[in-house]
Design a protein around this ligand. Structure first.
Ligand code: AMP
Ligand code: MG
Length: 354
């Protein structure tokens, strides 16, 4: 817990016409060791000076995050990378050229200047170059290296709007920059370059097929294979049951008709037992649910919309105070890997196959 409750400054910023005085204030706060939440293209981040151990400690305290779960260091300029790593393998350089700035995080061996407080005690560091203009300007003004995990309380769904950050972190951080709803809505793809063949530690917007076109063979961390949740993922953060709403979430997977029928039966049973029920669905099948608190997160024809609205829907269910949630599966062609990874974690891997 933070030592004292502090006043959180809340500022709206237009990403296409940034108020420079406001951004200068935010940059100064980072340099002084304070924390500023800011929009990125993936989710909102909670930023602190990555090279200042006290800032990283403050990030863990504000989020209530376990201190063995490392932070991602954000840069805005490729020339700033060599100072924080001891090697840049050829494939990492290639991927950076193709995908940065963007929703890609790379694990590389860390240089001495990166404190263990930032890397959760590891000798590697996670680095990302975001594309969001507010994120980039803040990094430049904040000294070049901003450690930023998602700006939620540990265990809550990641924030896709500034009001989510406020719900979780008001009174715990110096400032929130509100740049509107994020574009992607799921965290970056994490690729580990410390082994010969690159390994995906967390699926994201950039999927395996896209990475393989650029790099050749890419492996998936065996700890992510959904059928066997007993193998430990390599990214410490993927071991925790986070992205979780307060209600008990179960995924129902199968053909459309069997899924809607099963969800309707489960809903009737739960309501008969006095529980309130949330149903997570897409436009295509929403009409088949006569009961329950039905939330439509988009159309299956637009994966980007589904990814963008997933976390907000989980938060909305919390706000509605539902006791149980039944969700359809979203094994979509491009982002299905990433969406199902988050949904399965939120469900603690509870799946009914019909
Ligand atoms: P967040 O910023 O909250 O989305 O979480 C960052 C994710 O990156 C967590 O899952 C971390 O465990 C992972 N991560 C950060 N640094 C490393 C590292 N050096 N090695 C492996 N995973 C990392
Ligand atoms: Mg997070």
């Amino acid at each position: 817990m933070p030592e004292d409750k502090i006043e959180t400054r809340y500022a709206v910023i237009d990403p296409s016409h940034m108020d420079e005085a406001l951004m200068a204030d935010a940059g100064r706060l980072i340099k002084e060791g304070s924390l500023v939440a800011f929009p990125t293209e993936t989710v909102y981040g909670l930023g602190g000076d990555a090279l200042n151990p006290a800032s990283s400690r403050r990030i863990y305290a504000a989020k209530g995050r376990p201190s063995d779960n490392p932070l991602i260091v954000h840069i805005a300029d490729m020339d700033h990378l060599p100072a924080i790593v001891t090697a840049i393998p050829e494939k990492a350089r290639l991927l950076a050229e193709a995908c940065w700035p963007g929703p890609l995080t790379m694990i590389l061996p860390k240089a001495d200047c990166v404190p263990y407080e930032t890397t959760g005690g590891l000798d590697t560091v996670a680095v990302r170059m975001p594309s969001h203009p507010v994120a980039r300007r803040l990094i430049e003004l904040g000294g070049g290296y901003i450690a930023a995990p998602s700006a939620n309380l540990s265990g809550r769904p990641s924030p896709t709007r500034a009001e989510h950050v406020r719900e979780d972190l008001d009174g715990r951080i110096a400032m929130i920059l509100d740049g509107g709803e994020v574009e992607i809505g799921l965290e970056s793809t994490i690729v580990d370059f410390t082994e010969e063949i690159p390994v995906i530690l967390r699926p994201g917007y950039l999927n395996r097929a896209r990475l393989e076109t650029l790099l050749g063979e890419v492996r998936m961390d065996p700890g992510l294979i959904r059928e066997d949740p007993r193998i430990r993922p390599k990214a410490p953060g993927m071991r925790y049951r986070h992205y979780a709403p307060r209600a008990d979430l179960t995924i129902i997977e199968g053909g459309r008709e069997a899924v809607t029928r099963t969800i309707n039966t489960l809903t009737a049973e739960a309501e008969a037992a006095g529980k309130s029920v949330g149903i997570l669905t897409a436009e295509e099948s929403a009409v088949y649910y006569p009961k329950g608190d039905v939330r439509v997160i988009g159309s299956r024809a637009s994966e980007a919309g589904i990814a963008r609205h997933l976390y907000a829907a989980l938060r909305d269910f919390d706000a509605d105070g539902v006791d149980v949630i039944y969700s359809e599966a979203f094994d979509l062609p491009e982002m299905g890997e990433a969406i199902m990874n988050r949904l399965l974690k939120a469900a603690g891997h509870k799946v009914i196959r019909v």
